[in-house]
Design a protein around this ligand. Structure first.
Ligand SMILES: [Fe+2]
Ligand SMILES: [Fe+2]
Length: 336
């Protein structure tokens, strides 16, 4: 979901992406030819510094989004309405932790460390997807997050399976398969609620009203206003523009909303026969930037929870390191 990094800069203090001008023109030419031929760039190969830094920023923002994304839903594990829903939600939240793991590992192949990336997240320098700075008010929010937030994530992430950087592209193949389960479990939870009482149907409608516009904003600003978008396209990191992805998401979601029996909160949402797409109303970018810049309803809470989780997990990391050391010593002794 989480490719807003083309549009959203990390806070000052993280290294800016350099221009490609200083690189060896011959190497640059070979690099570009490889990408133009739909080849993959692997960690041990030459790459321009700006490409490396762009990817570190994008993949680490993506990884941060996965693990911060565990928090709003994790809040509901103890309050899930049945054992079945609890099992599904635990599995989903655990998947998101796994996505973070693959992505941090992919970013590490570019020469950054897990500790550096987490430090950037915990100090507030690095961004994560702003969608996770909104509260989950009731159980319907959990269904809507699966259906719409994970649904938007899939739209964004499927093209990343063809990203020019090999480790990122390969990580995304598995991530996308799991995201597809996330989307379906959310939709199925909502279908069940829509077959229930009037109160349950009202809860679903209310949650959709609160999340719809935020999900559309997840694709990032219009391409004309998106920093780095065209360079990302040239380098095969970004394959489809923000606006085109948003349109694909809307076109796929409207029929699902109809089956569900809810109304999407946009009076301008209308099928345009000539374009072969749905037209839609204006997104409130002011709210998006406010949230990105730290002033959303849950920014501080999410970051504080994440920092606390990291601190509370110190003993687990220490234990894992001590165990690895012991194993290593045993191997050395056996080999001696
Ligand atoms: Fe995920
Ligand atoms: Fe997901």
């Amino acid at each position: 979901m989480y490719t807003q990094s083309f549009s959203v800069q990390d806070a000052p203090g993280l290294k800016a992406v350099d221009s490609a001008a200083a690189e060896d023109p011959k190497l640059m030419e070979q690099f570009q030819a490889r990408i133009d031929a739909d080849g993959r760039i692997e960690p041990q190969e030459w790459m321009p510094e700006a490409y490396r830094k762009t990817l570190i920023r994008q993949i680490s923002q993506h990884a941060h989004s996965e693990i911060v994304g565990m928090l709003p839903e994790g809040n509901w594990i103890l309050r899930a309405p049945s054992l079945k829903r609890k099992c599904i939600l635990i599995a989903k939240v655990q998947d998101e932790g796994g996505h973070g793991l693959y992505l941090y590992s992919a970013a590490e192949t570019l020469g950054t460390s897990r500790a550096e990336m987490l430090e950037a997240l915990h100090s507030g320098k690095a961004k994560y997807s702003s969608i996770f700075n909104y509260p989950t008010l009731n159980w319907a929010d959990i269904g809507v997050i699966g259906w719409l937030v994970d649904g938007a994530a899939i739209m964004n992430q499927i093209p990343l399976c063809r990203c020019s950087y090999g480790p990122y592209a390969r990580a995304m193949v598995r991530v996308c398969k799991e995201e597809s389960f996330h989307q379906r479990q959310g939709y199925e939870a909502l279908l069940t609620m829509m077959k229930g009482s009037k109160e349950q149907r009202d809860m679903v409608q209310d949650a959709v009203n609160r999340w719809w516009w935020k999900c559309l904003a997840m694709f990032g600003p219009s391409d004309a206003d998106s920093l780095h978008s065209s360079q990302g396209m040239k380098w095969g990191i970004k394959r489809i523009s923000n606006d085109d992805l948003r349109q694909k998401f809307i076109d796929a979601t409207v029929p699902q909303a109809n089956v569900l029996g809810i109304t999407l909160p946009d009076p301008k949402l209308k099928w345009n026969e000539a374009r072969g797409h749905y037209d839609h109303g204006e997104i409130d970018w002011k709210e998006f930037w406010e949230t990105v810049n730290g002033n959303g309803p849950c920014n501080k809470e999410r970051l504080a929870t994440r920092v606390k989780a990291h601190k509370d997990g110190q003993w687990v990391r220490d234990a894992a390191m001590a165990y690895a050391k012991k194993q290593e010593q045993r191997r050395m002794k056996e080999a001696a």
